[in-house]
Design a protein around this ligand. Structure first.
Ligand SMILES: [Zn+2]
Length: 109
Protein backbone atom coordinates (compact mmCIF):
# COMPACT_ATOMS: atom_id res chain seq x y z
CA UNK A 1 0.00 0.00 0.00
CA UNK A 2 1.51 3.35 -1.04
CA UNK A 3 1.65 6.21 1.41
CA UNK A 4 -0.97 8.36 -0.29
CA UNK A 5 -3.41 5.45 -0.28
CA UNK A 6 -2.71 4.63 3.36
CA UNK A 7 -2.95 8.25 4.51
CA UNK A 8 -6.28 8.66 2.76
CA UNK A 9 -7.56 5.31 4.00
CA UNK A 10 -6.70 6.22 7.59
CA UNK A 11 -8.61 9.48 7.19
CA UNK A 12 -11.66 7.52 6.05
CA UNK A 13 -11.23 5.22 9.05
CA UNK A 14 -11.28 8.25 11.39
CA UNK A 15 -14.49 9.48 9.77
CA UNK A 16 -16.09 6.04 10.24
CA UNK A 17 -15.07 6.00 13.89
CA UNK A 18 -16.44 9.49 14.58
CA UNK A 19 -19.66 8.68 12.74
CA UNK A 20 -20.34 5.48 14.71
CA UNK A 21 -19.21 7.00 18.02
CA UNK A 22 -21.65 9.86 17.45
CA UNK A 23 -24.51 7.36 17.01
CA UNK A 24 -23.72 5.25 20.07
CA UNK A 25 -20.87 3.79 22.05
CA UNK A 26 -18.36 1.68 20.17
CA UNK A 27 -15.47 -0.57 21.13
CA UNK A 28 -12.33 -1.58 19.28
CA UNK A 29 -13.09 -5.08 18.06
CA UNK A 30 -16.60 -4.11 17.01
CA UNK A 31 -15.14 -1.27 14.93
CA UNK A 32 -12.63 -3.64 13.30
CA UNK A 33 -15.56 -5.92 12.33
CA UNK A 34 -17.63 -2.99 11.11
CA UNK A 35 -14.77 -1.63 9.02
CA UNK A 36 -14.08 -5.10 7.59
CA UNK A 37 -17.64 -5.13 6.25
CA UNK A 38 -16.77 -1.93 4.41
CA UNK A 39 -13.63 -3.56 2.97
CA UNK A 40 -11.07 -2.08 5.38
CA UNK A 41 -8.65 -4.59 6.88
CA UNK A 42 -7.33 -3.11 10.12
CA UNK A 43 -5.34 -4.77 12.86
CA UNK A 44 -5.89 -3.84 16.52
CA UNK A 45 -2.34 -2.41 16.39
CA UNK A 46 -3.54 0.15 13.85
CA UNK A 47 -7.01 0.84 15.24
CA UNK A 48 -6.26 1.26 18.94
CA UNK A 49 -3.71 4.08 18.49
CA UNK A 50 -6.28 5.90 16.31
CA UNK A 51 -8.92 5.58 19.05
CA UNK A 52 -6.42 6.85 21.63
CA UNK A 53 -5.36 9.76 19.45
CA UNK A 54 -9.01 10.78 18.90
CA UNK A 55 -9.55 10.56 22.64
CA UNK A 56 -6.42 12.64 23.35
CA UNK A 57 -7.62 15.25 20.87
CA UNK A 58 -10.92 15.48 22.75
CA UNK A 59 -13.13 14.00 20.01
CA UNK A 60 -13.91 10.78 21.86
CA UNK A 61 -14.55 10.01 25.51
CA UNK A 62 -13.62 6.63 26.92
CA UNK A 63 -15.99 4.74 29.24
CA UNK A 64 -14.88 1.66 31.11
CA UNK A 65 -17.52 -0.98 31.45
CA UNK A 66 -17.61 -4.63 32.44
CA UNK A 67 -19.56 -6.84 30.05
CA UNK A 68 -19.85 -10.61 30.70
CA UNK A 69 -17.06 -10.32 33.25
CA UNK A 70 -14.73 -8.62 30.76
CA UNK A 71 -13.47 -5.07 31.19
CA UNK A 72 -14.08 -3.18 28.01
CA UNK A 73 -13.26 0.33 26.84
CA UNK A 74 -16.13 1.99 25.07
CA UNK A 75 -15.84 5.22 23.15
CA UNK A 76 -18.41 7.90 22.48
CA UNK A 77 -18.10 11.13 20.51
CA UNK A 78 -17.84 14.28 22.61
CA UNK A 79 -19.60 17.53 21.69
CA UNK A 80 -16.35 18.58 19.98
CA UNK A 81 -16.23 15.26 18.11
CA UNK A 82 -19.77 15.79 16.83
CA UNK A 83 -18.90 19.30 15.70
CA UNK A 84 -15.81 18.06 13.83
CA UNK A 85 -17.90 15.30 12.25
CA UNK A 86 -20.33 17.94 10.97
CA UNK A 87 -17.44 19.85 9.38
CA UNK A 88 -16.06 16.65 7.88
CA UNK A 89 -19.47 15.86 6.38
CA UNK A 90 -19.47 19.22 4.62
CA UNK A 91 -16.02 18.47 3.19
CA UNK A 92 -17.03 14.95 2.17
CA UNK A 93 -20.13 16.27 0.42
CA UNK A 94 -18.06 18.85 -1.43
CA UNK A 95 -15.34 16.36 -2.33
CA UNK A 96 -17.66 13.64 -3.60
CA UNK A 97 -19.53 16.19 -5.70
CA UNK A 98 -16.26 17.10 -7.38
CA UNK A 99 -14.50 13.75 -7.58
CA UNK A 100 -17.44 11.52 -8.47
CA UNK A 101 -18.82 14.11 -10.89
CA UNK A 102 -22.34 13.03 -10.01
CA UNK A 103 -23.63 16.49 -9.24
CA UNK A 104 -22.97 19.75 -11.02
CA UNK A 105 -19.86 21.52 -9.79
CA UNK A 106 -20.72 24.94 -8.28
CA UNK A 107 -18.04 26.73 -10.32
CA UNK A 108 -18.26 24.60 -13.46
CA UNK A 109 -20.79 25.65 -16.07
ZN1 LIG B 1 -18.89 2.53 9.24
Amino acid sequence: MGDIFRDTFLGFVRVHILYHAAKGRIFGLEMIEELREHGYELSPGTLYPILHALEQAGYLRCEHSVVDGKARKYYRATALGRRILGQLKDRIRELTREVLEELPHPRRK
